[in-house]
Design a binder for this molecule. Structure first.
Ligand SMILES: [Zn+2]
Length: 299
């Protein structure tokens, strides 16, 4: 299943061409700049306080009023896709690809690999990580989630993202992709830093895309501009990570996960909450007036 693309070509080009872009991270401000008000330049989103997820409406209206926003709680009764799906990406070899700290995530710019999802041909653009997971599976969250971002081969307005959960394991063994990338993180601890990722095995990812059941739904980018028209595939095959590799990712990523959104078609959670604000303000005002009257009588 896929949605007709209704992102404009220009919007998609802008999303995909930004140096620090990912499905969920297309700002180019460093995390610390965004959180702290920055070193000049335009304001940026973050995962904290006044520039955090509940206030992303200030960057794009879709974040606060869109009705097919991501991430969501994926439930095992949802529609699934697997028949004919194919994500047989080659292992990354000796030449390598940029692995960059964008300030919102760490991202490998691995382009050009083909994928077939829901009967549509796509090309992989990049993949990046979130701590903790953005989606939930039957309301369970995971320590990490990786997003493989694809653009339509024949129709560039189509976007598809495969989300794969990552969990710690009792035997404390990492998926080979995770252990390889963890060794490179010390070179990209600061926003803006890049290292060339070579020799990255992707067999776990191939299984999680080609052979696994995937829950699919119509969603959005998970950061501003929160554009909708993104077809999501959330795999039920979970990659493993050792505790030390998980900590290495967590220390660089910090917290970069958007709060859960309403199920597709339901009212936006921010818009829903905002409708009660006038009533709250009225109650606060009435309380202030009561206090003022009481003070007047006792003075
Ligand atoms: Zn993402």
């Amino acid at each position: 299943m896929y949605l007709p693309g209704f992102l404009s070509l220009a919007a998609v080009a802008s999303i995909l061409s930004t140096a620090s872009a990912c499905d969920s991270c297309n700002g180019n401000l460093h995390r610390r700049e965004a959180e702290g008000g920055g070193e000049g330049g335009e304001p940026g989103f973050s995962y904290l306080g006044l520039t955090g997820p509940v206030n992303w409406n200030q960057f794009s209206q879709a974040c606060g009023s869109g009705k097919t926003q991501s991430p969501i709680n994926v439930v095992s009764t949802m529609q699934t896709s697997s028949y004919g799906d194919n994500g047989e990406y080659a292992d990354i070899g000796a030449t390598g690809f940029n692995f960059t700290n964008t300030g919102h995530t760490v991202e490998v710019f691995y382009r050009g690999q083909s994928a077939l999802l829901g009967g549509v041909e796509y090309e992989l653009q990049r993949f990046h990580f979130h701590t903790p997971s953005e989606h939930r599976l039957d309301n369970e969250w995971f320590p990490m989630e990786v997003h493989f971002v694809h653009q339509g081969k024949n129709d560039p307005s189509k976007l598809a993202v495969v989300g794969i959960f990552i969990d710690t394991r009792d035997d404390n063994v990492s998926d080979p992709m995770m252990s390889r990338l963890a060794t490179l993180l010390q070179s990209i601890e600061k926003p803006g830093e890049t290292v060339i990722a070579t020799h990255v095995p992707l067999q776990g990812v191939r299984t999680a895309i080609t052979s696994a059941k995937k829950f699919t739904y119509p969603g959005s980018l998970t950061t501003p501009p929160c554009s909708e028209g993104v077809t999501w595939y959330v795999s039920n095959t979970i990659l493993g990570v050792s505790v030390s590799d998980y900590k290495a990712f967590k220390s660089v990523l910090g917290y970069n996960s958007r709060n859960l959104q309403a199920d597709p078609g339901k009212q936006n959670v921010v818009e829903f909450a905002a409708q009660f604000l006038p009533a709250v303000q009225n109650r606060v005002q009435a309380k202030k007036e009561r206090r003022a009257r009481a003070t007047k009588w006792t003075a």
